[in-house]
Design a protein around this ligand. Structure first.
Ligand SMILES: [Zn+2]
Length: 272
C-alpha cells in the first residue's frame, strides 16, 4: 500500500514516469545534518509522538492532510518548517509570500508560521524520492500533533532523479522539495529567480492542499487532462509549467497565487 501511494504521488505530481519505489523514511542516508535551531512551537519532535494519537498522518499519501490544513479544527495552527542544503538558504520574500497565501486560504485561528529549520550538507547531486525521504528523516524537526499541523519543505541542490526538469516535488501528505539549482536554470533576463522561488514553493504547497483533484473531484472543470493534478489556466500557480524548466516560457513570469477555481476547491474541502 505504501509503495502504491508513493507511485501515485510520483505519477501525479512530478508528471514523471514512476521509476523506483521508495523506501520508508530512514532507509539510507545521503546527508549529514547539523544541529537545528530550536523552536518554540508545541509540535511533536518525533514522528508519531503526538499525544493526539494518530489523528494526523504526516507520512500518508499526498493530499490526505489537506482538510487538516484547511480547517480550524482539530488543528488550529499550521507550522511550515523549511530546511535547506547549506548555501541554498530560502529567500525570506518567498517564505513571507507563502505565509501570506496560507494565511489567506486556511482557517487557522492560532495562525500560520513559516519557520526556518535545519541547514545540512549533502554530497548528492540527484535525488530520488527515497533519497529525499532519507534527507527528511534525518533533518525534519517538527511533526503534526495536538492543535498543530505541520508541513516540511526542503530546498535541495542538483535535480530530481526521475525528472531532470522538475523545479519542485510534493511527495507525501506533508512533504515537499524545491530544487534550488534548477530555479536558477529556469531564470531569464525577464523572469528572476525570486519570482520563480515564490511560485514554485506555493505550487508545491498547493499539492499538499490536494490541488487539483488529488483525492477529491472538483465541481469546476479546471484540471488539465494533459497534466494531471494541474490547472488548465496559466494564471493559476497550479499551472503545470510552474514546476518545470519550461516555466521560462511563461510570458510575464509565473503566477504565484491560486486562482478562483483553486480557491473554490479549497473552500469546498473545508466543508465537505
Ligand atoms: Zn505540480
Amino acid at each position: 500500500v505504501r509503495r502504491l501511494a508513493w507511485l501515485f504521488a510520483l505519477l501525479f505530481v512530478a508528471c514523471s514516469p514512476a521509476s523506483g519505489p521508495a523506501g520508508p523514511p530512514g532507509s539510507g542516508n545521503s546527508a549529514a545534518s547539523s544541529p537545528a535551531p530550536g523552536g518554540t512551537n508545541n509540535t511533536s519532535t518525533k514522528p508519531g509522538a503526538s499525544s493526539a494519537s494518530s489523528v494526523y498522518k504526516d507520512f500518508g499519501a499526498l493530499g490526505t492532510m489537506a482538510r487538516n490544513y484547511l480547517r480550524a479544527s482539530p488543528a488550529r495552527r499550521l507550522v511550515v518548517e523549511v530546511a535547506w542544503v547549506a548555501g541554498l538558504e530560502p529567500n525570506q520574500g518567498a517564505l513571507d509570500h507563502l505565509s501570506q497565501v496560507l494565511g489567506d486560504v486556511t482557517d487557522k485561528p492560532g495562525g500560520v508560521s513559516v519557520l526556518r529549520g535545519r541547514s545540512f550538507a549533502s554530497s548528492k547531486s540527484s535525488y530520488s524520492v527515497a533519497d529525499i525521504r532519507a534527507v527528511e528523516s534525518q533533518n525534519r524537526g517538527r511533526f503534526s500533533g495536538g492543535d498543530t499541523v505541520t508541513m516540511w519543505i526542503v530546498y535541495l541542490n542538483g535535480s530530481f532523479a526521475d525528472q531532470e526538469g522538475a523545479l519542485g516535488l510534493a511527495y507525501g501528505a506533508t512533504s515537499a522539495a524545491v530544487f534550488r539549482d534548477r530555479l536558477n536554470d529556469a531564470a531569464t533576463a525577464l523572469i528572476l529567480e525570486p519570482a520563480i522561488e515564490r511560485a514554485v514553493v506555493t505550487h508545491e504547497v498547493g499539492h499538499l492542499l490536494a490541488l487539483i483533484n488529488i483525492g477529491y473531484h472538483s465541481a469546476r472543470d479546471h484540471e488539465d487532462p494533459e497534466h494531471r493534478s494541474h490547472s488548465r489556466s496559466n494564471k493559476s500557480v497550479m499551472y503545470w509549467a510552474v514546476e518545470d524548466l519550461s516555466l521560462k516560457n511563461l510570458v510575464g513570469g509565473p503566477p504565484d497565487d491560486f486562482d478562483a477555481d483553486d480557491r473554490a476547491d479549497l473552500e469546498m474541502l473545508k466543508s465537505a
